[in-house]
Design a protein. Structure first.
Length: 322
């Protein structure tokens, strides 16, 4: 299905064309005909299948064509998007600017680790869409920087990770303060629609339609996998051997803890490998810089905890090690 076959607002179609998109991905083809009519949807699809564009296109079209869009000077958000990590929020914001650039709607990203007052001021100036992590979002909400009474669209991205990271109480806190489920559109996307995620949908959504893209397939296509049975003390030797033996370009190495990451980076650098580490407590500006250098290929190896494991668009990654 091509995007121009759907009832998408012309300003958003212009953004889609600017982004170079012509044909829908599987999740977009399934959800957009339903979400563009204003119905609630819950979609399961792997990372990298176009979920972000699926909900942004539907959200922007609704905001532009809703009657309340005519009311100017309203400082409160008309749509909110919640995601589990800062990096994912920043990426959704970039996609929102790309797809909604001709719409004249203001988006503000709110997340920890960056200028608190600057984000607060941006919200007080009025905003159409807030994209945020639950913690910083609730912080501003409790300070009454904005109200949720005018929210028309609520989007929850990577819902299963919200549970994994302990955000679910925060999500319920926010959802209970939104207009009733029958007065708003709610979209929920996740790599897995687990029982817990479905319960959340049942509680806070208006009879959503569920969509599944290859739910039985856990791994992405075209990924060759290898398993090495190796003792804990031999892990580093094996890793160094693989790095010397094979021609690897962009490589991501996942570790469990900050301490493991720092130790591994120190040893890799000592052996002459350029690398950076991405963990939760690294200052946000440094995290974004490291991620940007990795994306551009200036940094060949990225060592990371699971803050980098979901939803990020990084082209040209050749190897991932767990």
């Amino acid at each position: 299905m091509k995007f121009n076959e759907l009832k998408i607002n012309p300003y958003i179609m212009k953004g889609i064309e600017e982004a170079g998109f012509t044909e829908c991905t599987s999740i977009q083809e399934l959800t957009l005909p339903i979400s563009l009519t204003g119905k609630d949807v819950a979609g399961q699809a792997q990372t990298g299948t176009g979920k972000t564009a699926a909900f942004l296109i539907a959200m922007f079209t609704r905001l532009l064509e809703s009657e309340s869009g005519e009311k100017k000077g309203n400082p409160n958000p008309r749509a909110i998007i919640l995601a589990p990590t800062r990096e994912l929020v920043a990426q959704i914001e970039r996609d929102a600017v790309l797809l909604g650039g001709f719409a004249g709607l203001k988006s503000v990203a709110v997340y920890g680790g960056v200028d608190y007052q600057k984000q607060r001021d941006a919200l007080k100036d009025g905003v159409d869409v807030i994209i945020g992590t639950p913690g910083r979002f609730i912080d501003y909400l409790k300070q009454k920087v904005f109200s949720l009474k005018d929210v028309e669209v609520m989007i929850l991205d990577e819902a299963d990770r919200m549970f994994d990271l302990g955000f679910i109480k925060d999500i319920r806190f926010i959802m209970r303060r939104l207009p009733p489920y029958y007065q708003r559109q709610t979209m929920l996307f996740s790599a897995t629609l687990s029982t817990r995620v479905k319960e959340l949908a049942y509680e806070h959504m208006n009879n959503p339609e569920y969509f599944y893209i290859k739910p039985e397939q856990v791994t992405a296509e075209k990924v060759a996998q290898r398993l090495y049975h190796v003792g804990k003390k031999e892990k580093l030797s094996l890793l160094l051997g693989l790095l010397k033996k094979e021609e690897w370009a962009k490589t991501v190495i996942f570790i469990n803890t900050k301490r493991e990451g720092e130790s591994l980076v120190a040893r890799l650098k000592w052996n002459g490998y350029e690398c950076g580490v991405l963990t939760g407590d690294i200052p946000q500006t440094k995290r974004m810089r490291i991620l940007e250098e990795f994306k551009k290929g200036k940094l060949p190896i990225l060592v990371a905890t699971d803050v980098a494991s979901r939803g990020l668009h990084i082209d040209g990654v050749t190897h991932v090690l767990n």
